[in-house]
Design a protein around this ligand. Structure first.
Ligand code: AMP
Ligand code: GLY
Length: 428
């Protein structure tokens, strides 16, 4: 089979790595890909790079199926464009991807079908939103309806900050039309966990629960980033809680999408808050998580191509997944200054040495190779994934790799997996 992966980061490198292992796969392409994934896939530059251009390319190059990383393509309807030409693509249609692309849509589906989530109100006028904020005493969360590159969610400290957020989203339009409507919801307390599930629109296969680390600073402080690390499995989602999530969240939402006439297939990302009243949905994403994918796929023993083919055939109910024992941990090496402004072009050394370590995988997120020299080319530069019989072992492998790889200004968090480590110490 010939496979195309759309996207360019560490998540896509991991997808390419996993798919290239399949006996059934002869060649993997990534558009646009990155220099770092060249060992497992060929990066292709597709002129213009719009969804029709990608479909043209896939058709011409006899691609058997396509996997999409970033949400923007799904929100633009890449699945619909491919479907019109009979090209198999793993990912939801534009209408189904609204579970991620429109917070209002997602919240309204959850409200209609009784899926646990924070109580909310929707506003399309700034004045009404501000008035509502002034009338509330409890901590709130403000969310731009549309996609805002992961920046559209604000947890304001008090009324003034909340009103300012509304001003920026709805009046200044800092994220454009994404701020035409906002969701204002109650703030939930608890521990967050990510659960990805593969679905063909009927059957649902949950993957290993994972936890990511969104904040730049240790102890989960400081500004949000695209993700500074992750680990799997996250034992906080116990088998019992997983059954609850499947019964109260995954099954109802997949059924809801079918009933609404927008069957959902692909991977569904459930961002969950484990509250004292049970698991609640913080967000849905219509795709693989980044960097959760970097720890989940290395744990998966089953051929991902078998899983994806079963989705295309509508036979996911015939598949069961097997996982390697132990744990995986991902440490993200970032450029100094990220998630604010940062410089690129710094020489990276130690990649060869790191590649020689056992139980360490190196996935590239923002690198470039010129004249045989690796250089930084993004905010998040490399993902070092350690595998071990336990999380501490997996972390040790990842951090050993992190010490070998160097570039000026390299920053990484040293506390990846801290919640799980605390649990292990407490013996819970
Ligand atoms: P999102 O972009 O929807 O993932 O939201 C970003 C982050 O905001 C989440 O990962 C949570 O940490 C936080 N968040 C979103 N909604 C809520 C909520 N209702 N209560 C508490 N935290 C939230
Ligand atoms: N890890 C968060 C996300 O993929 O959106």
């Amino acid at each position: 089979m010939r496979v195309l992966i759309v996207g360019s980061g560490g998540r896509e490198h991991t997808l390419a790595w996993k798919i290239a292992q399949s006996q059934r796969v002869e060649k993997v392409y990534a558009a646009p890909g990155n220099d770092g994934l060249s060992e497992v896939a060929e990066s292709v530059t597709i002129k213009a790079g719009g969804i029709e251009d990608l479909a043209d390319w896939a058709e011409k190059n006899r691609i058997d199926f396509t996997v999409v990383g970033p949400e923007v393509y799904l929100a633009l309807g890449i699945a619909d464009a491919f479907a019109r030409r009979g090209l198999p693509l793993f990912g939801p249609s534009r209408a189904a991807a609204r579970l991620e692309a429109s917070k209002v849509f997602a919240k309204e589906i959850m409200a209609k079908y009784g899926i646990p989530t924070a109580p909310f109100q929707v506003f399309d006028r700034a004045e009404a939103a501000k008035e509502y904020i002034r009338s509330r005493k409890e901590p709130l969360v403000i969310k731009a309806d549309g996609l805002a590159g992961g920046k559209g969610v604000i947890l304001p400290d008090g009324v003034e900050e909340a009103e300012e957020a509304i001003h920026q989203l709805m009046e200044e339009k800092i994220y454009g039309d994404a701020g035409n409507r906002v969701v204002i919801e109650e703030r939930l307390a608890g521990e967050e966990v990510t659960l990805l599930a593969v679905t063909d629109g009927k059957a649902i296969l949950p993957l290993l629960p994972a936890q990511d680390h969104k904040r730049i600073g240790e102890g989960d402080r400081g500004p949000n980033t695209g993700g500074m690390g992750a680990y799997a499995p996250a034992s906080v989602l116990t088998p019992e809680l997983l059954s609850t999530v499947t019964a109260t969240i995954l099954e109802p939402v997949i059924r809801a999408m079918r009933e609404e006439g927008h069957p959902y297939s692909g991977v569904l990302y459930a961002g969950l808050m484990l509250t004292k009243n049970g698991p609640q949905v913080v967000e849905f994403n219509a795709r693989f998580g980044d960097p959760e994918t970097q720890v989940i796929l290395p744990m998966l023993q089953t051929d991902l191509v078998e899983v994806i083919s079963a989705v295309f055939a509508g036979k996911l109910d015939e598949i069961s997944l097997s996982w390697r024992p132990g744990a995986a941990a991902c440490v993200v090496l970032a450029s100094s200054g990220y998630p604010g402004s940062y410089q690129t072009g710094f020489k990276i050394t130690g990649l060869q040495e790191a590649a020689g370590l056992e139980d360490l995988l190196v996935f590239h997120a923002g690198t470039e190779r010129k004249d045989g020299i690796w250089r930084t080319n993004g905010g998040r530069v490399l993902n070092l994934v350690g595998l071990g019989a336990t999380l501490p072992e997996a972390l040790e492998k990842a951090y050993r790799g992190a010490e070998l790889v160097r570039f000026p200004g390299c920053y990484y968090r040293r506390d990846i997996g801290w919640r799980e480590l605390q649990r292990l110490q407490a013996g819970t």
